[in-house]
Design a protein around this ligand. Structure first.
Ligand code: AMP
Length: 285
């Protein structure tokens, strides 16, 4: 049976009961409007842990001014049904007032790793993500927490925060789940018109192009990003924000040839909808 908790106290009560029973706990943080990408994280957590908590919370502190906080899609009944079918033990669905004190004064700043890629156009985003995830870690005290590679910069940042702040848990990264035509699943895909939805497939085509070049031995980051830009340029509805190859260790652009594990990431606007996609590559694997 899957339980809904709206308060921190309810979560803590369930968690202490599980701890008394010697159970392991997995956490899957989400903003809801769940799809197969989220479900793959929950499935992995249910496979690994005795009790799984899914948080459904559209976190205001990670949205900048003019972003889509108010219009972000929400459907809690659907989300609950998905969590229940996947075997989650508890769905934590707080109101913003439950998580954030009006006079809260503690922040988390993620330096360096948050400065490139999405951090350039969303300067407060990753600090807001770190804040809410740190709070969820303290509330749920999971043994393992699950994050998608879909948000690759976020995954690297959460791993860094867990190391730097000594959270006693393991961060598990999960692969990107895609639509049949390759488009990475995202709650924001619902913003796309039919024509935009067709155009959006160009992101995964550019990613496939870059991955194939890297796999076939190309080590010049500019050669790879240039080829990807050419794929994107073939789609008139695509407005490129960035196409970049960065070090996985520090999320800084790779200078010279690729000789360490990299993240190749893109952000593209299709109409007014901002979409992201990426691949990891290790030249020494
Ligand atoms: P969100 O609700 O967008 O904040 O996402 C919650 C978690 O689900 C994050 O760790 C995301 O990286 C992950 N996620 C979202 N979309 C996908 C996808 N297509 N494949 C794998 N994981 C995903």
């Amino acid at each position: 049976m899957t339980v809904v908790a709206h308060t921190i106290a309810e979560v803590r009560q369930a968690v202490s009961q599980w701890r008394r029973e010697g159970k392991t706990i997995g956490l899957v943080p989400t903003m809801g409007y769940l799809h197969e990408g989220h479900q793959s994280l929950i499935d992995q957590a249910v496979h690994d842990c005795d009790c799984v908590v899914v948080s459904v919370f559209v976190n205001p502190t990670q949205f900048g001014p003019g972003e889509d906080l108010e219009s972000y899609p929400r459907d809690f009944n659907h989300d609950f049904a998905l969590c229940e079918a996947a075997g989650a033990a508890l769905v934590f669905h707080p109101e913003p007032e439950e998580l954030y004190y009006p006079n809260r004064s503690t922040t988390i700043h993620m330096a360096e790793l948050s400065e490139e890629l999405c951090g350039k156009s969303r300067p407060i985003h990753f600090d807001g993500v770190c804040l809410v995830v740190a709070k969820l870690f303290n509330i749920v005290t999971p043994d393992k927490a699950y994050f998608g590679q879909k948000d690759a910069q976020q995954l690297l940042i959460i791993k860094r925060m867990v190391r730097d702040l000594n959270f006693p848990l393991e961060v598990v990264g999960c692969p990107i789940i895609r639509e049949a035509d390759g488009l990475a699943k995202s709650s924001r895909n619902t913003y796309l018109s039919e024509a935009e939805r067709q155009a959006a497939v160009v992101l995964s085509r550019a990613i496939a192009c870059g991955r194939e070049l890297a796999a076939s031995g190309e080590r010049d980051p500019h050669a790879i990003t240039q080829a990807m830009r050419e794929v994107l340029a073939g789609e008139p509805l695509a407005d490129v924000e960035y196409v970049e190859i960065v070090s996985q260790a520090c999320v800084k652009p790779v200078e010279g040839l690729i000789d360490e594990p990299i993240l190749c990431a893109i952000a593209v606007r299709i109409g007014t909808t901002r979409l992201i996609d990426n691949f990891f590559f290790d030249p020494n694997a």
